[in-house]
Design a protein around this ligand. Structure first.
Ligand SMILES: Nc1ncnc2c1ncn2[C@@H]1O[C@H](COP(=O)(O)OP(=O)(O)OP(=O)(O)O)[C@@H](O)[C@H]1O
Length: 289
């Protein structure tokens, strides 16, 4: 039986989250957003996170990105504790319109973090050209973001993250604001980049189908205060395509399983209150090799 916790012993650990706890204090009232999250992500993995609204997905990403101090627990990236924005990380947010600078061209937007990295001009130009090429925007470097469609703007944001050559790329509901067809194209773009660049990817989404289509694992979160409901192994073939993969019987089984977990989470079920259910990720039968 394939389970999400069956990691190859040799896999290098990229991200380690141990006992993460986060309580917000606002107007003297504490809000316990995250109770206890513990998981690892190996180098080169693609992991998706789903959970009910308000489960603390953005809070988790912000803690990992060093933008928010945890109340308790430890986060380390490539073996080093995260105490501020780590160097080898890039983040793509949902709101591309606010993450791009409207007064800068596409190429200048992509180049900006490379300037902050203090890379020489020739190297910056090479990385900008290569990443725009990779996202299919090689022909619009001198356009301004507001001259592009929403999907194209999100491609610029992805190109900017990729040009930075991160070891880990985190995406927080990056396709929530684009139409369904563009979304499918961007999903395939992300999988293609992940394959070609060998980066580690952590992807937050509300869309269960998207999580299964993209991920090798899906971490399903409980409602607040958050713990992990289940770490689901996506034992689908690595070659994926929008029609074939989504029509596989195994895709349907995984979708049903994750959907039921999220529904249970919404109804307030928590793993600590459930009878022991066997190994995490033990979803139906194993996919035939
Ligand atoms: N700055 C803050 N101050 C107080 N409470 C906060 C703050 N930010 C988030 N919260 C609370 O923490 C909980 C988790 O919020 P978070 O935005 O991380 O959830 P989410 O899973 O990303 O939500 P969604 O799926 O709706 O985007 C929510 O109850 C939210 O109201």
């Amino acid at each position: 039986m394939t389970t999400a916790t069956d990691r190859p012993a040799t896999a290098t650990r990229m991200l380690s989250v141990r006992g993460l706890h986060k309580v917000y204090e606002s107007a003297g009232r504490p809000t316990e957003a995250i109770r206890d999250l513990t998981f690892d992500i190996a180098a080169g993995e693609m992991v998706c996170i789903v959970g009910p609204s308000g489960a603390g997905k953005t809070t988790l990403l912000r803690c990992i990105a060093g933008l928010l101090p945890p109340t308790g627990g430890d986060i380390s990236l490539e073996g080093r504790p995260v105490a501020g924005p780590p160097k080898g990380m890039a983040v793509v947010f949902q709101d591309y319109a606010r993450s791009l600078f409207p007064w800068l061209t596409v190429a200048q937007n992509v180049e900006l973090p490379l300037r902050e990295k203090k890379l020489p001009k020739a190297e910056r130009r090479r990385l900008v050209e290569r990443s725009l090429e990779a996202v299919g925007l090689a022909d619009v470097p001198r356009s301004y973001p507001w001259q592009l469609s929403g999907g194209m703007q999100q491609r610029v944001a992805i190109a900017r993250a990729v040009a930075y050559e991160p070891h880990i790329l985190m995406m927080d509901e990056p396709f929530a604001a684009v139409d369904a067809q563009t979304r499918a194209d961007l999903e395939d773009l992300v999988r293609d980049l992940w394959h070609r660049l060998g980066i580690t990817l952590l992807f937050v989404t509300h869309d269960i189908d998207e999580a299964i289509y993209l991920g090798r694992r899906v971490l399903v979160l409980s409602g607040r205060p958050t713990v992990i409901m289940e770490d689901v192994a996506v034992d689908l073939p690595d070659e994926r395509d929008q029609l074939g993969t989504r029509n596989l019987p195994r895709f349907g089984e995984l979708r049903t399983h994750v959907y039921e977990l999220v529904q249970k989470a919404k109804r307030g079920h928590r793993p600590e209150n459930e009878p022991a259910a066997g190994a995490s990720g033990a979803v139906g039968k194993e996919f035939p090799a």
